[in-house]
Design a protein around this ligand. Structure first.
Ligand code: DX5
Ligand code: ZN
Length: 223
């Protein structure tokens, strides 16, 4: 079994047991996890509410793993500094929440983090066209943002093949978020996706987060 180069699983703590958050993250650390996905929701851009920089800071103290903050909030510009000072390595924003997407991406870079744009299932990938050379990461939502445990929407990948050369040329990491589990991830080999966010498939009662994480990694590996 070979783990393909540049393929990672990013556990989303949204589905974690928050009364055991430290233990659950430690389980991922013991499994050699490389990246954690932190879903920030404000009850306004999406109907759900989660956590802010305080939790990012607490996780930062535990681990050197890459921390990516997926900001599902109405005014990300007001909080970029807080999240980056708290320890976020990558900040992912939804373009329609930024007053100027180019300025937001610049600001994230100036604050010392990597920057990415998030495309929802009902949006066209062409939204990223003006910004490709400013992006470190593209996050394609394969569910409507707001909640864990939804079903994967395969159509979100219809236009990705046409973008692969341009994304590669600009060294933009490609990530997918929503409905990733042992079945869906197996269908997504050789699509060019580098990073798979998984919430409910990692944090559940079937096994430890570390074991679930490793199972997903095995599933996306080449035979
Ligand atoms: C949804 C979040 C996801 C969520 C994915 O808005 O952005 O990161 O945690 O959950 P699953 O993997 O359960 O679909
Ligand atoms: Zn997310």
């Amino acid at each position: 079994m070979t783990i393909p180069e540049n393929v990672e699983i990013a556990p989303s703590v949204l589905s974690a047991d928050f009364s055991q958050l430290g233990d659950q993250i430690n389980s991922i650390i013991r499994a050699n996890g490389s990246v954690l996905h932190l879903d920030v929701m404000d009850g306004h851009y999406v109907p759900n509410l989660t956590f802010g920089p305080l939790v990012v800071k607490a996780i930062r103290k535990m681990t050197q793993m890459i921390l990516e903050a997926h900001l599902m909030i109405s005014d990300p510009d007001a909080y970029l500094k807080d999240f980056i000072l708290a320890g976020a390595d990558i900040v992912l924003v939804h373009p329609e929440t930024c007053s100027s997407v180019a300025d937001t991406l610049n600001q994230i870079h100036d604050l010392g983090a990597k920057a990415g744009l998030v495309i929802n299932p009902d949006q066209n990938l062409s939204l990223i066209d003006p910004y490709i050379d400013q992006m470190d990461q593209l996050l394609i939502m394969s569910v409507v943002p707001g909640f864990g445990g939804q079903s994967f929407i395969p159509e979100v990948l219809d236009t990705l093949p046409a973008y692969l050369p341009l994304l590669a040329e600009n060294q933009v990491l490609i990530e997918i978020d929503g409905g990733i589990n042992l079945h869906t991830i197996a269908e997504l080999k050789q699509t060019g996706i580098n990073r798979f966010v998984a919430g409910s498939a990692v944090f559940n009662s079937e096994a430890t987060p570390g074991k679930n994480y490793l199972n997903l990694l095995t599933q996306v590996s080449q035979d």
